[in-house]
Design a binder for this molecule. Sequence first.
Ligand code: ZN
Length: 379
Amino acid sequence: MSRPLATTRWPIDDILARTDLAALLDEFAQPDQRARRWHCPLNDHDDNHASVTMHRDQRGHERWRCWSGDQRHRGDAVDLVQAVRGNTRAEAIEELATRAGLQPGRDLPPIAPRKPTLPPAAALDERVVAYANICARLLWSPLGTPVRQWLHNRGLGDDVLRANHVGADPGRDRLRRSRGIPYGAGAGATFPALDTNGRIRYVQTRALEPRPGYGKYDNPSAALAPNPRLTWAVPPGPAQPGQLLICEGIPDALIAAQAGYRSVGLLGTNALDPTVATRIANIATRDNLDITIITDNDDNGVGKHLGQQLADRLGEFGLVATILEPPSGCDLTSWAKGGGTWVDRIGRRELDARACRAPPGIVRNRDTPAPMRRALANE
Ligand SMILES: [Zn+2]
């Protein structure tokens, strides 16, 4: 299946003529619900205003442009792939060639006439739910064995996998699918995003062996499923009362759920659309939950920034979120796997909150920690 990268030099005009830039933007960026605009897909741009538009240059090539004024936030389809994947130009060209069906030694596929792009879905297409459900069944079949082993290696046990409908995509050779469903070049684990009632609202497919130049995750197309930006993970047994953990990504949310915590997984570091904090705040207020945010402690500080931003927005609802930082270079999965003390840290935090003192490594973002308020109120 895989072929060496950048051994074939595709003429760039052939690739661009066979690439639908609007469809690519739908996949890589969050489409605006009303107009043909997109929220900037670059990590360093928290774009509330859907600043990206498309146009055609004099040579007839489709181009995109983010109106932030940043010179790097614009270009053709190759620039878009490079900007989002952070890969080389050769790798980006190879990805577009593969997507367009270009194969060495074969005639070029015909150029498809440009259809007006489908508007982003307002409602979830049932085919996405069907795909997630089929994969959830396959996880427990012989076809799912490699995926199950991979999940076990990441510290996820059978109970939490079942409770959250985690599944196995054996790849498109073995499981046919309609357009817009995750592509499935090889085997992958499927992680559904659930609503507060445990219903499947979306699914992300994590390739077991991501191909070079491709992301780890593949999502349904925006025309089939609106990205809910977060998932509510289901603990397999009775949940710790009064606690809500917010994690980065569905797998980390499952680690938290497995430990008995109600948890939210943010779907990606661009996940903070304006509704995210509101939806979390509504549930936390309704159920009187103390919020702990555990984002990745990565070198570039993206996780830390995400956690702080969310804590600030929750603060606007009068909620105090505690940020619990994994050791350097860790996410919750690797922290838990390394014999992590993270559960102790949450338990200890409550005790320490009663003593009005934060343990080292825990950063408070407001003066009165919620656990302390709760502890005082209970006494
Ligand atoms: Zn931008």
